[in-house]
Design a protein around this ligand. Structure first.
Ligand SMILES: C[S@@+](CC[C@H](N)C(=O)[O-])C[C@H]1O[C@@H](n2cnc3c(N)ncnc32)[C@H](O)[C@@H]1O
Length: 285
């Protein structure tokens, strides 16, 4: 992230996600699949029941919330939200395909949740909070809009060494001089909430009670290194943006470097299988 002041950083993050939305639309099924153990954990710990009003923050294609929408029928409503309008469009289309009728859509920024105080029963936020420029404020906002007795369930990525699937592609760009090394603590970055104890501390600082943090390890695999690179272009804002500026020859070098760095995870048939680890948390409002 190049921007220093929070407003400029926010604008940069919005722009990145608006640009990434088409790739996320193309890969929505894949994202749903590999995220499903994490979504399942969140739904179980959100303690859903029919009739509840559920808010999903940073919903992207919306699938975690859509699973919740099915569990809160007939009277319950899901508010599916994201800051990027093109992401909301993708979520709207997916909900229509699924014929979900108890879903509202709204553009909402994590740092100022534009809903009334004590107006929702549950909040879900999968792989979104770490993109907030100010996660402390986001969590205080989340607690404000939850009713007494409400619950939050969320997921953020765990430490970089536990997620080689997400670091190898960046490392290849860095080693070939196309990108700066990752600052894992930079606000708005994928690993910004991954330091041990940070998520727990943030939830408690925002006033949440009975905070429970665990890990879930979703499987990450690809048929070939080319598949891995193509998917990363679609889903990683930073990688996709840099890759787009490279020549054909440079792209080949990047793919070669990724193949080299991923060798330990590559099977004789060329398929790849890498570890991934997400932090998951649930708490009472
Ligand atoms: C990694 S995607 C996760 C999407 C979805 N929750 C999932 O698990 O598939 C992150 C999402 O956060 C959204 N986002 C990023 N910054 C945000 C912010 N400040 N407020 C609300 N949403 C934000 C992006 O537009 C994107 O849809």
């Amino acid at each position: 992230m190049g921007a220093a002041d929070p407003e400029a950083l926010r604008a940069e993050i919005y722009e990145r996600w608006e640009r990434a939305a088409s790739g996320w639309g193309r890969r929505a099924e894949r994202v749903r699949e590999f995220g499903s153990p994490v979504s399942a954990w969140m739904l179980e710990h959100a303690q859903l029941e029919p009739g509840l009003r559920v808010l999903e923050l940073a919903a992207g294609p919306g699938d975690t919330g859509f699973l919740a929408a099915e569990r809160i029928r007939p009277e319950g409503t899901l508010i599916s939200t994201d800051v990027a309008e093109p992401m909301l469009e993708i979520a709207r289309a997916r909900a229509a395909e699924m014929r979900l009728e108890n879903v509202e859509f709204k553009r909402i920024e994590l740092d100022w949740i534009d809903l009334e105080t004590a107006s929702v029963d549950r909040i879900l936020c999968k792989w979104g909070l770490m993109f907030s420029v100010d996660p402390e404020t986001s969590l205080r906002e989340a607690r404000r809009v939850l009713r007494p007795g409400g619950r939050i369930a969320l997921a953020v990525w765990d430490e970089p060494p536990a997620n080689p699937w997400a670091t190898i592609t960046t490392r290849a760009l860095v080693e070939l001089g196309h990108a700066e090394p990752l600052d894992r603590d930079a606000p708005g970055g994928m690993f910004s909430l991954s330091r041990p104890g940070r998520l727990q501390w943030l939830l408690e600082a925002a006033g949440f009670l009975d905070v429970h943090v665990e890990t879930v390890q979703p499987a990450r695999s690809w048929a070939s290194v080319e598949d891995y690179v193509a998917e990363t272009r679609d889903l990683s804002c930073a990688f996709g943006q840099t890759y787009a500026t490279l020549s054909g020859e440079q792209r080949e070098q990047v793919t070669g470097k990724i193949a080299e760095l991923a060798r330990a995870y590559t099977a004789p048939d060329g398929s790849l299988s890498m570890p991934a680890r997400s932090l998951v948390a649930a708490a009472d409002a």
